[in-house]
Design a binder for this molecule. Structure first.
Ligand SMILES: Nc1nc2c(c(=O)[nH]1)N[C@H]1C(S)=C(S)[C@@H](COP(=O)(O)OP(=O)(O)OC[C@H]3O[C@@H](n4cnc5c(=O)[nH]c(N)nc54)[C@H](O)[C@@H]3O)O[C@H]1N2
Ligand SMILES: Nc1nc2c(c(=O)[nH]1)N[C@H]1C(S)=C(S)[C@@H](COP(=O)(O)OP(=O)(O)OC[C@H]3O[C@@H](n4cnc5c(=O)[nH]c(N)nc54)[C@H](O)[C@@H]3O)O[C@H]1N2
Ligand code: SF4
Ligand SMILES: [Mo]
Length: 746
């Protein structure tokens, strides 16, 4: 007998509500939930394959523990005993920094990934912290930290109301959007055009998104910061700067005008390969639109000027009065965010409070560059101990980070490694212990991170759609036990971790003058929390203390978990609203438009004015039916156009004697790979494109289907030395490569 169950989709940032068909404990179908307050029935091919993703027979069912050199199935007790012994030995002998932690992308898509890694890091006290952020959006965090004093204050484009969207290095028709949580992004772009708005796309590839645009600029990769600086210059030159209501909250406008003086459209045109009059038009259109929003993603972040580019995106929104106004770019306010404190000066944001041991990379947001993980393991220095033990949670850096072969080798040299991962894959095969979380249908869901980036304020919660199978452990319990095992509390009840966090959070809240629970007894408040599990009680706590919360009785109509559970399709909290100056945490209490580290980095951008790479530049791409490194094992999502081929423009192909479908060798600083060529006008001249997350041909993995068409690891072309210096973000796009035809045309 079949039944249905609601479940928010965790497979990308769009967070669509799904209606699952469940038979016994398996999911046999998925469709969009038309009553979902946010996604209103939208679904994409990945969501429609939820059952296949969830039921993949290669998912691990029990922990694996290495015995006599081999990973073998084991019980949970044995697995955690091994973790406690392995990690504690290293901590006690070499200190906390010799334990590295790697947190991968899926942590933003699970309840457990949001709630437990922060506790692990705080209690472990290690500085060897690496996450997917430094192969992704760290430049945006740094730019927000510097501008607003808060690395998490990221404005999102007001997609439903804007009149003009300038989109840079993003392809939401394949990715479904990022740092902009919006179910049915494609539909929202079509609606923008239908209401008379305009869409401009800047991308070296003619993507499906670019084909929707009114104007598509095929920029030379890596040069967006130059183009945006020239647009900024034009706004000043032509008297188009108008901060509107923001004016009293911004300092440093004149300083920015001086700082961009040399970046005239004429000066940047050759480097960007975009004509000066076009750049002026882009600036004028932005200023003239009733409302407009500049939005940039992967293609703008994973480049040598990632932080400068991210900063300029916000500078343009600010100078045209579009930041923090409807139709522009606004700061969401999620139900589990902390209730905003009164406006006023804050503590500011600092970079480089410590440095990595080997290459002396500055920390950003408490993290070191993922690109530096391999050398932090395999290189000894006088500065301290290398990393000897590693905790990897939802991370596959052997494929996701630069120079996978070096990292692969380094992981093999560790004293101890534990992976929390559903698969035995390129990274987890090195672990001494693999702890598999249950499939998503057996896990609860709430988007702690992504609701803070959503184009509409709303809140939704899915309890597990299917009960835990016998022998399974919830990922929250796995991570709570991992925290205990790694921090000297092995064997304690996992609820200890939740009680600790609840106690600390309430302790702080009752001491804050502006808190609705000021002066109350934390134990009395803790006793009021509802929820069947630790994570549910913590969700209740965050909702009740949050901006829409009941404040433990202060606002009887406010949100609680109990109220949320009464609304299985979610609760709409309305469109994004202006919030400034609330939320600013800079020392001045204002937006600091030209922060010192940015000003100091501008000469590097000026030097790029004179660069004209003559060889081929490599960029990435995404496919609607894939997701980073872990979805190539689902037959329904592979094949067709979702293949690991090298896109190359017909003119470049002809010049190099490359035939469509023929094998080509691609060589970069970190190594070379061989892939079939796909000759297409989908990329501009001088640019080639390979997708990431492929290369499933290493031994010792259990990815039966992925191994049948493994593809190659594009990140092997990188040696890990190319970084955006302010954020430590890896340069993954605009990388110089050589392409050779293995079989030339006669
Ligand atoms: N060249 C190039 N490289 C890139 C990129 C690029 O554009 N070009 N993109 C970069 C970006 S933006 C990112 S975010 C990274 C992503 O790279 P990673 O952070 O490595 O993330 P994923 O590949 O999505 O998945 C990592 C692991 O999570 C596991 N996993 C899946 N679901 C769960 C779960 O529910 N719980 C747990 N514990 N584990 C789970 C998967 O099996 C996989 O092993 O790649 C980066 N690498
Ligand atoms: N289907 C699918 N969806 C995904 C993912 C996935 O792997 N597959 N991954 C998820 C993750 S982790 C993330 S972070 C998001 C990313 O979301 P998006 O940023 O939308 O990702 P991409 O589709 O890679 O789009 C980046 C675009 O930047 C372009 N580009 C490359 N270099 C440059 C440059 O120098 N300048 C400019 N202007 N453009 C450039 C590329 O051609 C590409 O079209 O997607 C998420 N959603
Ligand atoms: S767009 Fe993203 S969240 Fe929505 S169904 Fe597809 S994969 Fe799931
Ligand atoms: Mo990402």
């Amino acid at each position: 007998m079949s039944r249905t169950a609601l479940r928010i989709c965790p497979l990308c940032e769009a967070t669509c509500g799904l209606t699952l068909t469940v038979e016994g404990s398996s999911v046999t179908g998925a469709r969009g939930d038309r009553e979902d307050v946010f996604s209103k029935g939208f679904i994409c091919p990945k969501g429609a394959s939820f059952g296949a993703v969830d039921g993949d027979p290669d998912r691990l069912r029990t922990p694996l523990v290495r015995r006599d050199g081999e990973l073998r199935e084991a019980g949970w007790e044995e697995a955690f005993d091994a973790v406690a012994a392995g990690i504690r030995r290293v901590v006690e002998q070499y200190g906390p920094h010799s334990v590295g932690v790697v947190l991968g992308n899926p942590n933003v898509h699970t309840v457990a990934g949001a709630l437990y890694p922060p506790v692990l890091l705080a209690r472990l006290g290690t500085r060897s912290i690496f996450t997917a952020s430094t192969v992704d959006q760290m430049p945006k965090h740094v730019s927000s930290g510097l501008l607003y004093g808060d690395a998490l204050a990221i404005p999102v484009p007001d997609l439903d109301r804007t009149d003009h969207l300038l989109m840079i290095g993003a392809n939401p028709l394949e990715s479904n959007g990022s740092l902009c949580t919006a179910p049915d992004f494609p539909g929202k772009l079509k609606a923008l055009k239908a209401r008379g708005g305009t869409l401009t796309v800047i991308d070296p590839r003619r993507t499906r998104t670019a084909r929707l645009a009114d104007r598509h600029i095929e920029i030379r990769p890596g040069t967006d910061a130059l183009l945006l600086a020239a647009m900024t210059y034009t706004l000043f030159e032509e008297g188009l700067v108008d901060l509107g209501e923001l004016a009293s909250h911004v300092e440093g406008v004149d300083e920015v005008r001086d700082a961009v003086r040399e970046f005239t459209p004429e000066a940047v045109a050759l480097a960007c390969d975009v004509e000066a009059p076009v750049i002026r038009t882009l600036a004028r259109e932005l200023a003239a639109a009733p409302t407009a929003s500049v939005y940039a993603r992967i293609g703008s972040c994973t480049v040598p000027f990632g932080t400068l580019g991210s900063w300029l995106v916000d500078v343009l929104n600010i100078l045209t009065g579009n930041l923090d106004r409807p139709g522009g770019a606004l700061f969401p306010l999620a139900a589990t965010d902390r209730a905003p404190r009164p406006a006023g000066p804050g503590r500011g944001f600092q970079l480089g409070r410590w440095h990595s041991r080997v290459s002396r990379h500055p920390e950003a947001k408490g993290e070191l560059p993922l690109s530096a993980l391999a050398e932090e393991i395999d290189t000894a220095t006088d500065e301290g101990e290398p990393i000897r033990a590693l905790i990897a949670v939802a991370a596959n850096p052997v494929l996701s980070a630069p120079d996978g072969n070096r990292l692969d080798k380094a992981l093999g040299s560790l004293d101890f490694m534990v992976s929390v991962d559903p698969y035995l894959n390129e990274t987890s095969r090195h672990a001494d212990v693999v702890l598999p979380p249950p499939p998503p249908a057996q896990s609860p869901h709430h988007d702690f991170a992504l609701n803070a980036l959503a184009v509409r304020n709303q809140v939704r919660y899915s309890p597990p759609a299917v009960p835990l199978e016998p022998g399974r452990m919830a990922e929250s319990e796995i991570l709570a036990r991992l925290v205990l095992a790694a921090t000297g509390m092995h064997g304690a009840d996992p609820s200890t971790v939740d009680d600790l966090v609840i106690g600390q959070t309430l302790g702080k809240a009752v001491a804050e003058a502006h808190s609705p629970v000021h002066g109350r007894d934390p134990r009395e408040l803790a006793a009021q929390l509802t929820g069947e599990t630790g994570p549910e009680r913590r969700l209740d706590l965050m909702l009740r203390l949050g901006p829409y919360g009941d404040g433990f009785g202060a606002d009887p109509d406010g949100l609680t978990l109990a109220r949320l559970l009464e609304h299985p399709h979610g609760i709409d909290l309305g469109p994004l609203r202006p919030r400034l100056p609330q939320g600013l945490k800079t020392r001045s209490g204002r937006i600091e438009l030209l922060p010192r580290p940015i000003a100091d980095d501008l000469p590097r951008l000026a030097a790029a004015l004179r660069e004209r790479p003559d060889g081929l530049l490599l960029v990435g791409r995404r496919h609607l039916r894939s997701n980073n490194s872990w979805m190539h094992n689902v037959p329904a999502l592979t094949g067709g156009t979702n293949r690991c081929t090298l896109h190359i423009h017909p003119e470049d192909a002809e010049r190099l004697g490359v035939r469509d479908g023929a094998q080509v060798r691609v060589k970069g600083a970190g190594g070379e790979v061989t892939a079939p060529a796909e000759v297409t006008e989908g990329v501009r001249r001088g640019v080639v494109s390979l997708p990431h997350g492929w290369g499933h041909d290493r031994p010792g993995t259990r990815l039966g289907h992925a191994a049948t068409d493994p593809g190659v690891n594009v990140n092997q072309l990188l040696d890990g030395s190319l970084l955006d210096p302010l954020s430590g973000n890896a340069v993954l796009n605009g990388v110089p490569v050589e392409v050779t035809a293995l079989v030339t045309t006669p």
